[in-house]
Structures are given as structure tokens and as C-alpha cells.
Design a binder for this molecule. Structure first.
Ligand SMILES: [Zn+2]
Length: 281
């Protein structure tokens, strides 16, 4: 199978490919500011059958002398996802070929795939690149001790992932993280939640991380936040501001929970927004 089987976009010298990790499920009880019945109706109207399933993507970026992965999927943590490594191979890439991993943040469905069952790095030649606030947050023992029991596992997994890449961990503040790839802090979902903007030739793309988990709900209703957002108010504010920016710029976007098509643009409709999935090359 060639990489043509996976949704891809050409952004100047970069080829970016959506690599599916599979799915996780989240109850609508995790959503704030919306009745679960209304959430179901929005999914139904959008033609989504499994209303509470959340698709997980990682993105492979080739070009500029690098082979980069943006986020690594859940790796089967809590039986979420786990297909990214196989799909990467089907796209023609072996784990040892990845030379950098850019993290949008360190939740389990983004870092679980960085390590195998014995805690070893899955991508032995990759540097791990993340916002310094994200690394600090998960390493902080005070944050761990204040965390509810149900999210302690998230801390342990994030720490294990950082430890496995300790010798090649690179933390940044902002700015260009690799040639042509610029970090865009998008705080709220987590402390160091970061998007990555690719600019090459006259083309651009923003990988916006977890700005939405249910695109057909949260793009028309940016005020709807999810319990996974560390700061629900700030996450909604960031989402609303970013939707305005990307709609105005007509910017191509990619997102870890944008759905299997992997790429979209945001249209303004009246006083809100809609997602328009992009045809892939
Ligand atoms: Zn996520």
C-alpha cells in the first residue's frame, strides 16, 4: 500500500499525512454547556452514527530534510487507538526513520504511542519536542498530588514518555521549532497546549491539536467544552478566538480529533462556524 491511501496535503516542500490511531469513546456527560440530547442530535444531523466516538490522528510531516511525527496516538492505553505504528508502516515509514516528534500536549491519547509495553521509546532516533510549560506541568509533584485519582495515570504516563526520551527532550517557549514549522501556544486544554503552523512556498497549514474533540458540535458551538480541558473557560476562549482567525484567513487546518478526513477549513455561517473537510491529494 502506498502513502496515497492516507489523507495527505502538499504544503510547499512539506508533505503532511494524517495517520489514524483509531478511536476512543467519551460520554456526552463530559461536555459542558450543552444537553446530551442536543449533542446527539448535532452528531446525527452531521451523519455521524457512533455519536460518542472520538477519532485520533497523528500527522506525519516529510520535507525540509526531516521526517516528523506530530503526536503519537494513544498506543492502546485504556484500549484507546493503538493503530498508529502499523498505519505509519503502511504509509512507508519505519519508526527508526522519525527524527523528531512534536507534541501538541501530553495527554495519554497523544503520548501513549511514544512508548511500548515495556516503557521503551518506540521512535529510537527521534528528539521529543514540547512546550516547556507542558513538560513542567506533568513533572510537578504538587500538580500530581492535587490531581483527582482518575487522572493520576495521565501524570505517570506523561512522565514515563518524557523519561524514555530524556536524552533527546527539547523544550521550547515559542517561535520556529524546525525549519518552516512554528509553534503557536493555544492554552486552555492543557497548560502548554500548542499548535504547529507549517509555512512553505505560498501555502500554510495549522495543526491545531485538541481545539475540538467533537468537531460537528464544538465548531458550531465553541462554548461547549469537555472535561478533558484543564481550564474550560480558557479553552473555550482560545477555541473561539482561533476559529475566528482560521475562518478569516481561510487557513487549512489539521487536528488530532478532527476526524478521519484529517484536513478541513472553517467557514463562517451567520454568527457561528462550520467545518468543511478538504479534498485530499
Ligand atoms: Zn486528545
Amino acid at each position: 500500500m502506498s502513502s496515497l491511501a492516507f489523507p495527505s496535503q502538499q504544503i510547499g516542500d512539506f508533505t503532511i499525512t494524517a495517520i489514524s490511531d483509531g478511536y476512543l469513546h467519551a460520554s456526552f456527560d463530559f461536555l459542558a454547556n450543552i444537553d446530551p440530547t442536543d449533542a446527539s442530535r448535532m452528531q446525527e444531523d452531521a451523519g455521524i452514527r457512533d455519536h460518542t466516538s472520538i477519532h485520533i490522528n497523528g500527522y506525519l510531516v516529510r520535507g525540509g530534510g526531516h521526517t516528523v511525527l506530530i503526536d503519537a496516538g494513544a498506543g492502546g492505553f485504556k484500549q484507546w487507538g493503538g493503530r498508529l505504528k502499523t498505519n505509519l508502516r503502511l504509509a512507508g515509514i519505519q519508526p527508526c526513520e522519525i527524527d523528531a516528534i512534536l507534541l501538541t500536549h501530553a495527554h495519554p491519547d497523544h503520548v501513549g504511542g511514544l512508548i511500548d509495553a515495556s516503557g521503551e521509546a518506540v521512535f529510537p532516533n527521534a528528539e521529543l519536542v514540547a512546550h516547556h510549560r507542558e513538560v513542567s506541568f506533568w513533572q510537578d509533584d504538587g500538580n500530581l498530588s492535587r490531581a483527582p485519582e482518575r487522572s493520576r495515570g495521565n501524570f505517570l504516563l506523561a512522565r514515563q514518555a518524557f523519561d524514555s526520551y530524556r536524552a533527546k527532550l527539547r523544550e521550547f517557549e515559542d517561535g520556529e521549532v524546525l525549519p518552516g514549522i512554528t509553534a503557536m501556544p493555544l492554552p486552555g486544554h492543557t497548560a502548554g497546549h500548542t499548535g504547529y503552523r507549517l509555512d512553505s512556498g505560498d501555502k500554510s497549514l495549522l495543526v491545531w491539536g485538541d481545539i475540538v474533540h467533537f468537531p460537528q458540535i464544538q465548531i458550531p458551538r465553541p462554548d461547549v467544552s469537555i472535561a478533558f480541558d484543564q481550564d474550560a473557560h480558557l479553552a473555550a476562549e482560545t477555541r473561539t478566538r482561533l476559529l475566528d482567525c482560521v475562518a478569516t484567513e481561510h487557513l487549512l487546518i489539521a487536528g488530532m480529533h478532527l476526524g478521519e478526513p484529517g484536513f478541513a477549513r472553517i467557514r463562517r455561517t451567520g454568527d457561528t462556524y462550520a467545518v468543511a473537510y478538504e479534498k485530499c491529494t
